[in-house]
Design a protein around this ligand. Structure first.
Ligand code: PSU
Ligand code: MN
Length: 305
């Protein structure tokens, strides 16, 4: 039997039909250094509360699936070493073994759906890696978006990826990519790119209605909401490009593969940009949390009408 534990705040919200926003934990364990990871996780939770929704950070601790982490558990996870990075393939195995793991976008979507949570905020989704034509490295996040009905708010796919291929695969899989408030796809650390927005919406209410419409139509899968980083916090793509190239070349030279690629690249960019990539990452996650909170509130309003 799966052991699911809801944080008190989340359990109360669930029984009252209040809006809830899921948050992933891989960004805490593999995406940011301590202590900024834990500080950011707390700020993001507060950003969601400020919209009237309740945050639910998701992780597996000693074989228990936590939907919402109490303060001490979050702090411990933020400092823990050798935490597994869980995706669709290894989520059940970790629970069955009584292990501890942080959930990626794919695993967080699975957990959110099990918990009846429809909206999830993160930084950036995984996607098609550069050189995927030889490495076959395509994140399981993309297929998850195609099959699990959760609306994921991200600042696009991380710019370390092959963005045109990533959006091509999403289109093939039938995943709606909805850009919030602009006509081109954002590129994670940069607000804009030269790729046109597949879909554009300008309000949280519209996004909520589109999610519910897919449900009514019996369409499996979620929506990707691409929310541009606030312009004041962005790093121009030209500034970042040489650092991304360098980090990718190092990953290649050191034989970094599979699950280690994304954490390696994020950590190297943090060093190469002297922390600027992290500052921007924090700003965009908080921005996504606010929009996700608004979307969850709109969905709850429609459900109660
Ligand atoms: N967004 C961030 N930092 C991260 C991630 C996303 O700002 O660390 C994580 C997410 O958990 C995402 C994962 O699901 O990276 C993608 O990993 P991979 O490329 O191995 O599928
Ligand atoms: Mn991968």
């Amino acid at each position: 039997m799966i052991d699911i534990r809801y944080a008190a705040e989340v359990a109360t919200a669930k029984s009252a039909g209040k809006p809830i926003v899921a948050l992933e934990s891989t960004i805490i364990t593999h995406g940011m250094p301590y202590p900024q990871n834990v500080e950011t996780a707390r700020l993001v939770e507060d950003d969601i509360r400020a919209t009237g929704a309740v945050p639910a950070t998701i992780a597996v601790l000693d074989g228990v699936l936590h939907i919402g982490l109490e303060a001490a558990a979050l702090d411990a996870l933020g400092q823990a070493q050798n935490v597994a990075k869980l995706s669709r393939a290894d989520f059940a195995a970790c629970l069955a073994r009584g292990g501890t793991g942080a959930t990626t976008v794919a695993a967080t979507m699975i957990a959110a759906r099990m918990a009846g949570i429809h909206v999830f905020a993160t930084g950036g989704i995984g996607g098609v890696h550069r050189g995927a034509e030889t490495s076959f490295d395509i994140s399981a996040d993309l297929r998850e978006l195609a099959q699990t009905a959760v609306t994921v708010v991200a600042a696009g796919a991380k710019a370390i990826l092959d963005l045109p291929k990533t959006y091509e695969v999403l289109e093939t899989l039938g995943v709606p990519v909805i850009v919030y408030g602009q006509d081109n796809v954002p590129a994670f650390w940069s607000a804009t790119s030269d790729m046109p927005a597949p879909l554009r919406m300008d309000s949280a209410a519209q996004i909520a209605r589109a999610h519910l419409m897919r449900g009514e139509m019996g369409l499996p899968g979620g929506q990707l909401i691409a929310n541009p980083i606030p312009v004041g916090a962005q790093i121009p793509a030209e500034t970042l490009a040489p650092f991304i190239d360098q980090a990718l070349a190092e990953a290649d030279a050191q034989g970094i593969a599979a699950k280690s690629v994304t954490p390696f690249l994020l950590a190297r960019l943090f060093e190469l940009t002297k922390g600027a990539s992290l500052t921007a990452n924090i700003a965009l996650v908080r921005n996504n949390a606010r929009l996700a909170g608004e979307i969850a509130c709109e969905m709850a309003k429609i459900a109660q009408a």
